[in-house]
Design a protein around this ligand. Structure first.
Ligand code: AGP
Length: 608
């Protein structure tokens, strides 16, 4: 899950190549590099470590040229060293390649190329691509790329330049995302559109098997048998400030505070007061087809999977349709029996997660209609699913997903309302739900007022080694999400459980150094959760309670309390997760962790 950038045009390439990497650093950040061409001279600079190391190197040893490629890495083959950083050079300085993806047959190809006399300088799979292109090169770079690609088994998003062809930038995609940015006398290439914001608002998304050929004046797309493709141009509606910190210390905190507005965006134009239901423009499945649906599979990974778990409660309560929630990585290989009137809804912030994409393709192979709930317009899953709903949450750059989760849960609520109104939900019930949804953004704003309280509680617990998160019904998935947030950015071991499950084993973990975070707002299982709190208290475990005003039964049993506003039970997940996001944020900060770029992770997991 790397980030790649390409540029050919009338401006100096280096600032554009480095700024592009700064925007894409959340995709991988263990090493970085660039190559530029001035005339027929290739300049390469690469460095292990954060992008700042590469920026320092380029400042010490400047490079020039109006044409180049760059890369920020999430290592799959070979450690994060200067040698393994991209670009990789093929032949005798003949081509330079940056790559996002995994070449599964690289060892086999490497042996063959070494027998042809090619010398490898790295442990990466990518260097094989560079030498393979050089192996096929007979004066035409595009032809050499065309001949090399079919030899590769695996996934790739590639950018290729050569000192023999100043101004020519070639890109190729199979399994990893690649988007072309169309400028005036300049062209851009990037792994995702956030790197193009502020440079152009016109983008072309490559499909699998496609190659793009760019020069400052022209752009062409070819499919795998070299036929020219009439590609559609998409408008990018993100503004530069959307991808900047705007005064916040971290993207994660900015995105936590963007949640009320993101909820408004996700609802805008989708609440239909006349028919007391929700309205969607992009489902591409007729109401008649949707009315026949008698089973829903929700699938995704990580935080998106947790949103799916909340979706299960929502659909079953609001639309009375049986739901199964599947880890996409399991669903793609499980070969589950799927009845005719089933639909699959893929939940994904990035729209590029390899396992979720494979789950969509598996369902399509089985003739099952597929919908996507996605945040990135034009992303692969959004384009390959039969229909879908965009979150409109704006770019999410912090690796730990926050606003995407609450927006996903909101869109699932709208879909459950839509399916429900097709079935047993009355107009009165629909109207009540719409009224409650309209109040949600302000309730989210009120919830953010707990920030200072959470910061102080974090200072009390940031040194612990284990956290337990406990909730029931709609809040059980939120307990899982809270634990994931704490794990992924503070590196503290944390587990989420249905609160009643503790006595079946996990309660053995409880001691005075293991805080339990209880999600215990007023609701249908409030008394049950209170009894679960008693079980923990009886064993001396510290308790942090997330509850609603007036719940003295919870307050008197907790060591620390965070209040969230009252809300209908089915909307509580969206509010209750906010203090958990803030808790993880402040604990990670106090432990000196890099909140936006946690170790070993990347924002969008485009390899299996
Ligand atoms: C969540 O904070 C993580 N970044 C990760 O679990 C993420 O949710 C998962 O990789 C799925 O990503 P997607 O929503 O872009 O498909």
């Amino acid at each position: 899950m790397c980030g790649i950038i390409g540029y050919t045009g009338h401006r100096e390439a280096t600032p554009i190549l480095l700024e592009g990497l700064r925007r894409l650093e959340y995709r991988g950040y263990d090493s970085a590099g660039l190559a530029t061409l001035s005339g027929n001279t290739l300049h390469v600079r690469k460095k292990a470590g954060r992008l700042s190391e590469l920026i320092r190197l380029v400042a010490e040893k400047p490079v020039s040229g109006k044409h180049g490629i760059s890369h920020t890495r999430w290592a799959t083959h070979g450690a994060a060293t200067d040698y393994n950083a991209h670009p990789h050079i093929g032949g005798n300085n003949l081509v330079a390649v940056v790559h996002n993806g995994v070449i599964e047959n690289y060892a086999h190809l490497k042996t063959q190329l070494e027998s042809e006399g090619f010398v490898f300088r790295s442990q990466t799979d990518t260097e094989v691509i560079a030498h393979l292109i050089a192996y096929y090169y007979e004066g035409d770079l595009l032809e050499a790329v065309r001949k090399a690609l079919p030899r590769l088994k695996g996934t790739y998003g590639l950018a290729v330049i050569s000192p023999r062809h100043p101004g020519l930038l070639i890109g190729a995609r199979f399994g990893s995302p690649l988007v072309v940015g169309l400028g005036e006398q300049e062209m851009f290439l990037a792994s995702d559109p956030s790197a193009l914001v502020g440079y152009t608002q016109r983008a072309v998304y490559l499909n699998d098997g496609q190659i793009c050929v760019l020069t400052p004046e022209r752009w062409e797309i070819f499919d795998r048998d070299s036929t020219p493709v009439e590609a559609s141009i998409h408008a990018l509606d993100w503004q530069p400030e959307d991808v900047e910190l705007n005064g916040f210390d971290h993207y994660m905190l900015k995105e936590i505070y963007e949640q009320p507005e993101a909820l408004e965006n996700a609802m805008r134009g989708r609440l239909d007061e006349t028919d007391s239901t929700a309205h969607f423009g992009g489902l591409n499945l007729s109401p008649r087809r949707l009315r026949q649906v008698d089973r829903i599979i929700l699938t995704g990974c990580g935080t998106s999977y947790h949103a799916g778990l909340v979706g299960e409660y929502l659909f079953e309560e609001l639309s009375r349709i049986p739901v199964e929630v599947e880890y996409a990585s399991e669903f793609r290989y499980r070969n589950a029996p799927i009845e005719q009137n089933t639909i699959l809804i893929a939940i994904t912030q990035s729209g590029e997660t390899a396992d979720t994409l494979a789950a969509v393709r598996e369902a399509k192979r089985k003739g099952i209609p597929t919908l996507s709930i996605c945040n990135v317009v034009g992303s692969t899953i959004a384009r390959e699913a039969d229909g879908g709903v965009y979150l409109r949450a704006g770019p999410e750059i912090g690796v730990a997903s926050t606003k995407a989760f609450t927006s996903q849960v909101l869109v699932l609520t709208l879909l459950a309302l839509y399916f429900g109104r097709m079935r047993h939900l009355s107009a009165t019930q629909g109207a009540r739900i719409i009224e409650e949804l309209r109040r949600l953004p302000d309730l989210a704003r009120q919830t953010l007022a707990c920030h200072e309280v959470v910061r102080n509680i974090a200072a009390k617990y940031y040194h612990v080694h284990n956290f337990l998160y406990l909730g029931r019904q709609y809040l059980y998935p939120v307990a899982l999400e809270g634990a994931l947030k704490m794990k992924e950015i503070s590196y503290i071991h944390a587990e989420g459980y249905p609160a009643a499950e503790m006595k079946h084993g996990p309660i053995a973990l409880v001691d005075e150094n293991t805080p339990s975070v209880f999600l215990v707002p007023r609701g249908s299982v409030f008394d049950k959760v209170i009894s679960n709190m008693e079980e923990i208290r009886a064993r001396g475990g510290p308790i942090l309670a997330i509850t609603t005003p007036g719940c003295k039964e919870a307050v008197c049993r907790a060591d620390d309390v965070i209040f969230i506003p009252e809300a209908p039970e089915y909307l509580q997940p969206i509010l209750a997760v906010i203090p958990l996001q803030l808790l993880a944020y402040h604990v990670a900060l106090l432990r000196g962790c890099d909140v936006d770029k946690p170790r070993n992770l990347a924002k969008s997991v485009t390899v299996e």
